[in-house]
Write a protein that binds this ligand. Structure first.
Ligand code: GLA
Length: 303
């Protein structure tokens, strides 16, 4: 970002992938996200008025609403930051399911406030709920604010307890589907309301996915990546048939990737209705056409 003027503060926050535990965070379930190397960085220089700019965000005001929402909520909660210039840079592609909005919120809140990481996560989730109008769970903001490099963050969204689980040696790839969307354009809120109804198909997905996550934690802990991969394969069927947030194009991608040698697991990842596919493969396996997320030593790539 070049030279930083006196009084300027810089904060940076990563995007995420989610190994397992889709659409359970808003129902108090446990998720298994991991922070990725792609990040959003915010440089804040206090001044007379707010001046917000980004070369890396799509034209239009959707991303701006995330920035303004965080600032408004800080003002309302009594930690009002002084107005100033916010220069925003990001390497996270938008609208593909890598939680670019959460990283933007966390980086802005981190630059303009002194809140500790967990409080940043809670504030940013609240900003998404109240100011953007998407009733999202806590996974994306908590990962962006609190995850540790090279570890899976096992986050119980019911109790807010979390621990970091080392990722056994493997490869992780993300394959964007090319079908872009933002959460507010999807039936995210509608399906979430259905999931809260005990006998619904959406609730059935939540119940089976929660069991997969519990089993997945034990398998990761035991270093059984092949077993973990099998759980990943079960997740998209449930997301397709019960939660009904997949798309045929994405189901086809999962099927194609599952047939590639060295692939242990693949599943539609993120909120759905677009986004992409997360693939778990044997360590050292090179896959064409996806974004490689880990380095040779198992850590995520730093830029
Ligand atoms: C989005 C939301 C998260 C979570 C996922 C689906 O990323 O922001 O809170 O609900 O969808 O697992």
């Amino acid at each position: 970002m070049g030279d930083v003027a006196e009084g300027t503060r810089v904060a940076s926050a990563p995007g995420r992938v989610n190994l397992l535990g889709e659409h359970v965070d808003h129902q108090g379930g446990t998720v298994l996200p991991i922070a990725i190397h792609m990040r959003t960085t915010v440089e804040y220089t206090p001044g007379d008025a707010w001046q917000i700019s980004s070369e890396d965000h799509e034209p239009g005001d959707a991303w701006m609403r995330h920035v303004e929402g965080v600032i408004e909520l800080l003002e309302e909660t009594g930690t009002a930051p002084a107005p100033g210039r916010l220069q925003i840079r990001s390497t996270i592609p938008e609208r593909v399911g890598l939680a670019s909005s959460a990283a933007l919120q966390v980086a802005v809140a981190g630059a303009v406030s002194d809140l500790p990481p967990w409080d940043l996560a809670l504030l940013c989730q609240r900003a998404e709920n109240e100011k953007v109008g998407v009733p999202c769970g806590l996974m994306d903001q908590a990962t962006s604010a609190c995850a540790i490099q090279g570890n899976v963050m096992a986050l119980d969204c019911g109790s807010s307890a979390f621990f970091h689980l080392p990722l056994p040696a493997c490869e992780l790839y993300f394959f964007p589907s090319g079908i872009e969307r933002s959460l507010s354009e999807t039936p995210y809120a509608e399906r979430l309301a259905e999931a809260a109804q005990p006998d619904s198909a959406a609730a059935r997905h939540v119940a089976t996915e929660r069991l997969r996550v519990a089993e997945g934690i034990a398998l990761l802990d035991a270093g059984d990546l092949a077993g973990f991969g099998q759980l990943m394969y079960a997740s998209p069927a449930s997301l397709r048939d019960d939660y009904r947030c997949s798309r045929p194009e994405i189901d086809n991608m999962v099927e194609g990737l599952a047939a590639v040698s060295g692939v242990l697991g693949a599943r539609m990842m993120g909120a759905g209705w677009g986004g992409g596919v997360l693939v778990l493969a044997d360590a050292g396996e090179q896959l064409d056409g996806g974004i490689r997320l880990l380095t040779d030593d198992g850590l995520y790539r730093l830029e």
